[in-house]
Write a new protein. Structure first.
Ligand code: SF4
Ligand code: SF4
Length: 121
């Protein structure tokens, strides 16, 4: 169990660092890039039981690595080299996470360790 937890948080930290460095969503004043483009709903989490006013309350590898279609398409065009580098590094981390069974849909360690307790969204 300790090894699973350690591995999970290590991969999460690496994904988190990669996303912070590349900064695909460009969050400013409570709005993400897609929110500004659409002048509508911000972010992509809702509805989720882990979403609070202060943001996400867990460390989810899948969510941290996930990007909406709009932003993936925009980055491919606006920054092909930077996006390809980000994409390849992210893919490596996701493959590793997938092999360890760490990729649950909208969830984190609780859903991985106790799938029977994960409940409804
Ligand atoms: S678990 Fe995922 S969908 Fe839910 S609040 Fe966190 S980042 Fe958003
Ligand atoms: S992935 Fe898309 S919708 Fe989600 S925060 Fe980033 S820009 Fe916004």
């Amino acid at each position: 169990m300790k090894k699973i937890i350690k591995d999970y948080y290590r991969i999460y930290s690496e994904v988190d660092k990669l996303v912070k460095e590349y900064d695909p969503c460009k969050i400013k004043n409570g709005t993400c890039s897609r929110g500004r483009m659409r002048h509508g709903k911000n972010f992509c989490c809702d509805p989720c039981k882990y979403l609070r006013n202060r943001g996400c309350t867990i460390k989810s590898i899948r969510c941290r690595a996930w990007l909406c279609h709009e932003i993936e398409c925009r980055l491919k065009i606006q920054d092909p080299k930077g996006y390809a580098e980000f994409y390849n590094k992210r893919t490596d981390l996701l493959v590793e996470a997938g092999k360890k069974g760490f990729l649950v849909n909208k969830g984190g360690l609780t859903e991985i360790l106790y799938p029977e307790k994960s409940g409804k969204w």
